[in-house]
Design a protein around this ligand. Structure first.
Ligand SMILES: C[S@@+](CC[C@H](N)C(=O)[O-])C[C@H]1O[C@@H](n2cnc3c(N)ncnc32)[C@H](O)[C@@H]1O
Length: 249
């Protein structure tokens, strides 16, 4: 009797695994359209507000890299509701453009940040000329790309020579004890809390699965180098629960 909901929960986990295998763009879009109304609230709740610190950290590094660039052009890909784009827009003189494939996320982004240009599109075919930007950023987005290598090649293509990409992703801590605690939170606690607020419990089964399967640290910097970046480095944050990649064209 108590177990009635289990087949549905198991089905959701299976569907999450299947989406992580295909990363079908249409299904990814549908998932993010569904989570859009509760995305910001859950993001801040589930990360205990630390997500804003991670974005600010990326912006701080971008600011340093742009010290000698008077009017930097910045592109934020997979912008969602626009928080990383808005953080980057605080850099003096910066002109920020932001792009996402989810129309529902973009409705919210435009409401929150009317001064930023938000475009609908996808990372694997960016609607910009070669060498258009000084920085290309992406916060918690690249893990969902249907074609990750193509996406990274596009980031590289639209960057000016010497330009940088800054990419934030969740990280699975490498320390054994931290990893155990993190995975319990991520797989057992987080989907239950999210289920109380979000229409899409599925998205929160997909989240831990997609993070666990995503290439991390050296594995991802190798992908960046393969895409053409001359240098790629990574900086774990907050006890290795999040990671910032910085790569130069
Ligand atoms: C977890 S949200 C991150 C949003 C935001 N960057 C942040 O810092 O909170 C991931 C976003 O990536 C977008 N996305 C996923 N695949 C994409 C793709 N191939 N091209 C563009 N956007 C994509 C989704 O629509 C979603 O809004």
């Amino acid at each position: 009797m108590v177990k009635k909901a289990e087949p549905m929960a198991n089905q959701s986990k299976e569907n999450a695994k299947s989406l992580n295998r295909t990363k079908s763009r249409a299904s990814i879009q549908q998932m993010f359209d569904e989570v859009a109304p509760t995305y910001d609230f859950l993001n801040h709740l589930l990360s205990l507000g630390i997500d804003n610190y991670w974005r600010a950290n990326a912006t701080g590094r971008a600011k340093k890299l742009l010290q000698n660039t008077p009017l930097p052009r910045i592109l934020d890909v997979a912008t969602g509701t626009g928080d990383l784009a808005a953080s980057m827009a605080k850099i003096a003189g910066a002109k920020v453009t932001a792009l996402d494939l989810s129309p529902e996320m973009l409705v919210l982004a435009r409401k929150k940040y009317p001064d930023i240009t938000f475009l609908e599109g996808y990372a694997e075919k960016l609607p910009f000329n070669d060498a258009s930007f000084d920085i290309v950023s992406a916060g918690f987005g690249v893990r969902n790309f249907e074609d990750l290598e193509k996406g990274m090649q596009e980031f590289h293509r639209v960057l000016k020579p010497g330009g940088h990409t800054l990419i934030i992703e969740p990280m699975i801590p490498r320390n054994d004890v931290m990893k155990k605690l993190y995975l319990i939170y991520f797989k057992k606690v987080l989907p239950k809390i999210a289920g109380l607020f979000s229409k899409s419990t599925f998205a929160y089964d997909y989240l831990p699965h997609s993070v666990e399967k995503f290439p991390q640290a050296e594995a991802f910097t190798a992908i960046l180098k393969k895409a053409g970046f001359s240098k790629a480095d990574y900086f774990p944050m907050t006890f290795e629960t999040s990671i910032l990649y910085v790569a130069q064209k």
